[in-house]
Design a protein around this ligand. Structure first.
Ligand SMILES: [Zn+2]
Length: 372
C-alpha cells in the first residue's frame, strides 16, 4: 500500500490502539520528506535503563516512495509496516493485521478516489463504523451460564428479572475479567481488579451505530460488597464517540410510543411491558444525545430519594410540558429508594403495573413536584 494510505491507517487505527498507546506512541515529524511515529519497541522491550526512551519507529522517507517501515534502534529489527503488524499479532495477540488487510481491501475499492483528506471528521466516523462492525460480527459473547453461577442467578431471581432477559440481557462470569477478555477478544479494561478471581454479574452496554443497536462493551458487577467500585467497565478496544446506555430492547424497532428512562441497569430489567433505557449516575443530559429516542414519549423514572435532590428537582422542572415522569411520592406509603428496593423488600411484585398510576405530565406533574 502506498505511504499516504498507510499513514491514514496509522492515524486511524494504530495511534488509537491501546497496545500502541501503552508503548507511548507519538507522531514526531510530518512533512514532505519524512513522516515519523515513535514509540517504545514492544519486540525487544526497548531500553531497560530509561523507561522514557523510545527507539522504535514507523517511518516513511520521501526518497523511498514506498510504504512505511518499522525500525528499532535498540534491537535493530527492520521490516515493513505489514510485517511488523504480523509479528506483533504473533507475539502479543494484538490483531491490527486483519484491520490492515480490510483497510487495504477498502482502499482498493476506492481506486478512483484521488482526494485524500486526512482525519476529516466524517472519515473518522466512517472508519470507526467499519471497525465496530468488524468487531461486532463475531459478537457471540462467551460467558458462564447464569444458572451455573448460583449467587448471580439468585440475585437475578430475587429481583424478579423476567426469564427472557436471562443470558440475553444479564450474564454471568466466574473467573477473572482478564480471562473473559482473553475469550472475548477486542475488549479492554484498565482496571487492576481484572485479575480478581470471583463471580460477576455482566451487563452489556449499548450504543447506536448506523441505526443499529450494538453491544459496545460490558459492565462487570461484583456481588460482594467489599469491592469498590461496584462496577468494572470493559470496552471495545477502539475509540468511539457514541453515547452508551443500557436497554431491555433487542433492537431499535420499538412499537411502544413510550420509553422509560431509568437510572439503574438492573432496575430497567424489572420492566417487561415498557421499553427501558438506562443511563448510569443520573447523567440526565446524556439521554438527549441519543437522537433516535426523540420520536418517543419519554417517561423519566428516577430514584425515589432523588426527588428531594435539588439537581434532580431542577431537572424535573425543566422537562417539557408533555414529558412524563414517574412520581413515587404519589404513593405516600412508599418509603423505598428505588425499584430494586421495592422488589427485593417485596413492596411491589410487578413494576409494570405499579408505575401505571404514577406517570404524570403537564400541569399535574408541576403541581405535584412543587409540593415536595
Ligand atoms: Zn526493539
Amino acid at each position: 500500500m502506498d505511504y499516504l494510505k498507510e499513514k491514514k491507517f496509522i492515524e486511524l487505527h494504530v495511534l488509537s490502539n491501546s497496545f500502541f498507546k501503552n508503548q507511548n506512541i507519538k507522531k514526531l515529524k510530518d512533512n514532505s520528506s519524512i513522516i515519523d511515529y515513535n514509540f517504545r519497541c514492544p519486540l525487544c522491550g526497548d531500553s531497560k535503563i530509561d523507561p522514557n526512551k523510545k527507539r522504535a519507529h514507523f517511518f516513511w522517507k520521501n526518497r523511498t516512495k514506498k510504504g512505511f517501515k518499522f525500525h528499532c534502534f535498540n534491537c535493530g529489527k527492520s521490516m515493513d509496516l505489514k510485517s511488523a503488524l504480523s509479528l506483533i499479532k504473533d507475539t502479543f495477540k494484538i490483531d491490527l493485521l486483519s484491520l490492515y488487510d480490510s483497510f487495504v481491501q477498502k482502499q482498493l475499492k476506492l481506486i478512483n478516489d484521488t482526494h485524500v483528506d486526512f482525519r476529516s471528521k466524517e472519515d473518522e466516523t466512517d472508519d470507526n463504523l467499519d471497525k465496530v462492525k468488524i468487531y461486532l460480527h463475531n459478537k457471540n459473547m462467551r460467558h458462564t451460564k447464569l444458572q451455573e453461577v448460583p449467587n448471580v442467578f439468585q440475585y437475578v431471581k430475587d429481583r424478579m428479572i423476567p426469564e427472557i432477559y436471562w443470558n440475553t440481557k444479564v450474564f454471568a462470569w466466574k473467573g477473572t475479567i482478564y480471562d473473559f477478555i482473553k475469550l472475548n477478544p477486542n475488549l479492554k479494561t484498565e482496571n487492576k481488579l481484572q485479575y480478581l478471581n470471583t463471580e460477576y454479574m455482566v451487563l452489556p452496554s449499548y450504543g447506536i451505530i448506523d441505526n443499529e443497536l450494538m453491544v459496545v462493551g460490558y459492565n462487570f458487577r461484583f456481588l460482594d460488597s467489599r469491592y469498590e467500585p461496584k462496577y468494572i467497565k470493559v470496552d471495545l478496544d477502539i475509540t468511539m464517540n457514541v453515547p452508551k446506555f443500557f436497554t431491555n430492547q433487542f433492537d431499535l424497532d420499538i412499537e411502544s410510543p413510550y420509553i422509560l428512562i431509568l437510572e439503574g441497569e438492573v432496575d430497567s430489567l424489572m420492566f417487561k411491558e415498557y421499553p427501558t433505557f438506562a443511563i448510569k449516575n443520573a447523567k440526565l443530559q446524556k439521554i438527549n444525545e441519543i437522537k433516535e429516542l426523540d420520536k418517543y414519549i419519554k417517561i423519566y423514572v428516577w430514584d425515589n430519594e432523588y426527588f428531594t435532590n435539588p439537581q434532580i428537582k431542577a431537572f424535573m422542572k425543566q422537562l417539557k410540558y408533555e414529558d412524563y415522569a414517574v412520581l413515587w411520592h404519589i404513593d405516600s406509603n412508599n418509603i423505598f429508594k428505588d425499584p430494586n428496593k421495592m422488589i427485593t423488600e417485596k413492596y411491589v411484585d410487578n413494576m409494570d403495573s405499579y408505575i401505571k398510576d404514577k406517570i404524570v405530565n403537564g400541569l399535574r406533574r408541576k403541581l405535584l413536584l412543587t409540593k415536595i
